[in-house]
Design a protein around this ligand. Structure first.
Ligand code: MG
Length: 159
């Protein structure tokens, strides 16, 4: 049976933080604020995979009140999601995601993001879609106060 899941995440852009999206460090004067590396793209994908399994979200597996997850790379969250997939004898069919950022330009980093996401999930890069759009200067994303990401995952679950 094919199950689908959806994920959404957003983090604030602040000075003095690295900008990490899809596991790729992108040169930018501001970075995403959060307990972990605040990789909104990886978080959205992780929730999509967990959602397809009917599991709770990453905040349940990795509470942001737990000092163990402070500053950790988000591929650790993927390892947990991949573990949950394997536990059920399931298989990720594909992932698709969109980053919504006014700046910086995301497109030049997409190929590397796909590689990193695929590697962390243990699937082929061809199974991972990553797109990017600006918010046409509107709202908090348009004002460069934050970056959001949304994702869907389809997972083949044994009946
Ligand atoms: Mg997050």
């Amino acid at each position: 049976m094919v199950h689908v899941g959806i994920g959404y995440d957003v983090h604030q852009l602040v000075a003095g933080r690295k900008l990490v999206l899809g596991g790729v460090e992108i040169p930018h004067p501001k970075g995403l604020d959060g307990h972990s590396d605040a990789d909104a793209l990886m978080h959205a994908i992780c929730d999509a995979v967990l959602g397809a399994l009917g599991e709770e979200d990453i905040g349940h597996f990795f509470p942001n009140t737990d000092p163990r997850w402070k500053g950790v790379p988000s591929k650790m969250f993927f390892e947990e999601a991949a573990k949950q997939v394997a536990k059920r004898g399931a298989k990720i069919i594909n992932i698709d995601a969109t980053v919504i950022a006014q700046a910086p330009k995301i497109y030049p980093h997409i190929a590397e993001m796909k590689n990193r996401i695929a590697a962390a999930l243990g699937i082929l890069p061809a199974k991972v879609g990553v797109k990017a759009t600006t918010n046409e200067t509107m709202g908090f994303i348009g004002r460069e106060e934050g970056i959001a990401a949304m994702a869907v995952a389809s997972v083949n679950l044994p009946e």
